[in-house]
Every structure is written in C-alpha cells, then in structure tokens.
Design a protein around this ligand. Structure first.
Ligand SMILES: [Zn+2]
Length: 165
C-alpha cells in the first residue's frame, strides 16, 4: 500500500472510533510496519477491525499485520500469486536471450531479470524491447531441442540421458 492509502485507513478508523487522527510522525512509524501489505487487503482488514475491536487498537500496525495474516489464510491464492504469474516475455522471471556473435556457430546465450513481470528480486531489470534494442534475440527454448515443452517429471526422468533430437 502507499502512505496515502494507509493515511486514509488511519483516518477512517479514527473517525469510526471517534478518536484523534494520528500525527504524521506516528503515521510514518506505523507505515514502516505495514507498507508491504497489499492495498487490496485493506477493505477486508478495516472491516475486521470494526468487527473484532471495541476500541481502536493502540498498536494499530500490529493489529493490521495480524489481520493480514488472517487475510492470507482466507485467500491462499494471493500468497501463491507471485509464483504463478503467467508472463509472456520470460521463463520463470528470466529473459532468455541470445546474441549472434561472429565466429560462434551456436550463439552465446544470456539471461536477465524480466522487467515485464519483475517477479525476481533484482537491482536491475531488462524488458524484452530493451533487449531487442541492444541487439539481443529471444532464445526460443522450445525450438532449441525440438523436444517441445517438457514437464518437470519428464525432465527429471531424462536427467543424464540424451536430449531427444
Ligand atoms: Zn516476465
């Protein structure tokens, strides 16, 4: 969530409990504790606070974090969301690239964290169009062996064996 979204939540909670809106120093300290919580969980968390707390929780960030854990349990697919992004540009978060170099029969391959889905934690990302602008081509992993896409089980069974041509 953004600081603005957290501000809005703190203000409606204060209004509901007829309490004083926290000052900006307090908001800063609290926001540090909760900024990783996605904004989509906030309406649910807000309703839960109304249902479960007769008074505005004094340690509001703690209450929000606990409810966020409960929200994740109620919405398990949200936890898995990051892993299951279906990004058309990359393989599991990596751009698989190749750049033809003179003298190489099989051009060397490169990989870079994908700037489209940014599912990997990286200091620097590259998008496919940036890669193309620098002369890279996308490596077609499926076409490389003509074996087509193989699932993990098949792959495991083939370890140490020759890749089918
Ligand atoms: Zn991607």
């Amino acid at each position: 969530m953004t600081r603005f979204e957290f501000m809005a939540l703190a203000e409606s909670l204060a209004a509901y409990y007829s309490a004083k809106t926290p000052g900006s120093k307090t908001i800063d300290l609290w926001f540090d504790m909760v900024q990783n919580i996605p904004a989509e969980a906030l309406p649910w968390i807000e309703q839960k606070i109304y249902q479960e707390h007769d008074l505005l929780p004094r340690n509001l960030p703690k209450a929000i974090r606990e409810l966020f854990e409960a929200w994740l349990q109620a919405n398990p697919e949200k936890r898995a969301h990051k892993e299951s992004v279906d990004c058309p540009d990359c393989e599991g978060g990596w751009l698989c690239l190749t750049r033809p170099v003179r003298g190489y029969k099989v051009p060397p391959t490169f990989s870079a964290p994908c700037g489209q889905c940014r599912r990997l934690r990286a200091g620097k990302y590259m998008t496919l169009s940036e890669a193309f602008a620098e002369g890279f081509k996308r490596q077609n992993l499926g076409a490389h062996t003509n074996a087509g896409a193989r699932n993990v089980k098949t792959l495991a069974a083939q370890v140490g064996k020759e890749i089918p041509a």
